[in-house]
Ligand binder design. Structure first.
Ligand code: NAP
Length: 320
């Protein structure tokens, strides 16, 4: 039984603790922490986990770690887990800047084997896996274009326009890299007429991604669309098109739409770590690449220009 520690017991931390405790097999939550100590005591107490004062204490008290605190704290905890030689599943983003992600990549390379997995759960969604298998199997010839839509019913008052790139479209950035096995080399963010439900946000956005092999991807983010949570994708190939299927075309929340994907993501992580001590899902390099696209996207939003995404050279640990 893998003894898991959880850093951050907010919304997604609680949801992961629920699935580790009641849905999945092979793991139990033994340690938790949160800056909100009352919350940590309530959430940890409900599953019999020990509540620790710091993330570093949690790392010391478990076999493997889930980092579910807010983004700016991820680097500290992921680096501490790598220094301790413990597998760590970090919710996206791996870190909030590309340079912080590089420090994690470098630490893992120094360690010498994989420890870090990033929470890009679309790779574990049945509909996306089917689409990738069909596209990769040559069903429509060479892919040329992909159209994506990422629509939310509404967003909280603290949501800022940049978050449509770094919190929302980041899932598409990782998904297309995985879908086509190609890096994103440039991004352009276009700002159409704004939705009056957006309370001053620039919403929707239309994001154009250029992949290294020439595929173009457009991503619509609409975060005040009112009718529900709606994730779409269509690949245009030389001989036809493929459309992202179910499980449900339109759902109420992202938790409903990706519930099975989150379960699969964490069960596969538990199984891989239990079998080999190493995760086999999205890597620290994938986290770095996605954050680098986000940084370029925010720059494009500000300037209106096409911005190139320049990555460092990929260490051999991340060549598959
Ligand atoms: P949340 O509800 O605000 O929970 C985060 C928790 O971490 C809060 O209780 C927060 O306490 C705590 N925290 C902040 N800094 C900490 C620190 N240094 N050490 C320990 N705990 C700390 O946020 P959330 O929605 O769960 O999101 C957490 C992370 O998961 C974010 O990175 C988010 O992007 C990611 N996420 C991913 C997905 C996905 O689809 N993969 C979905 C949702 C969220 P305070 O509130 O007191 O600051």
């Amino acid at each position: 039984m893998l003894r898991v520690g959880v850093v951050g017991t907010g919304m997604i931390g609680q949801d992961h603790i629920r699935r580790l405790t009641s849905v999945l097999s092979g793991a139990r939550v033994v340690a938790v922490t949160d800056v909100d100590t009352t919350l940590a005591a309530r959430v940890g107490g409900a599953v019999g986990a020990v509540v620790h004062p710091t993330g570093e204490d949690v790392i010391a008290a478990c076999d493997a770690v889930l980092v579910c605190s807010w983004g700016p704290s991820h680097e500290q905890y992921v680096l501490a887990a790598v220094a301790a030689g413990k597998p760590v599943f970090c919710e996206k983003p791996l870190a909030t800047t590309a340079s912080a992600c590089r420090r994690i990549v470098d630490a893992e390379v120094f360690h010498g084997s994989r420890l870090v997995q990033v929470g890009f759960m679309r790779r574990f969604d049945d509909a996306y896996r089917k689409l990738r298998n069909e596209a990769g199997g040559g069903a429509i010839g060479a892919p040329l274009l992909m159209h994506c839509a990422h629509r939310n019913r509404d967003v909280p008052a603290y949501y800022r326009t940049e978050m449509a790139i770094v919190d929302t479209a980041v899932h598409e950035f990782d998904m297309v890299r995985w879908m086509f096995g190609e890096d994103i080399v440039a991004i352009r963010v276009l700002v159409p007429r704004s939705n009056r439900n957006g309370h001053g946000l620039q919403d929707p956005l239309l994001i154009i991604l250029e992949l290294a092999n020439g595929i173009l991807v457009d991503v619509e983010t609409s975060v005040n669309i009112r009718y529900g949570y709606d994730i779409r994708g269509e690949i245009v190939g030389e001989n036809g098109t493929l459309t992202l299927g179910g499980p449900v075309p339109v759902s109420v929340t992202w938790q409903d739409r990706f519930a099975d994907a989150y379960d699969t993501e964490l069960q596969e992580w538990i199984d891989a770590v239990a079998a080999s001590g190493q995760p086999n899902g999205p890597t620290a390099w994938d986290g770095y690449a996605a954050t680098a696209v986000c940084e370029a996207g925010v720059q494009s939003l500000r300037t209106g220009e096409r911005v190139e995404v320049v990555l460092a050279s990929r260490p051999s640990l991340f060549l598959s």
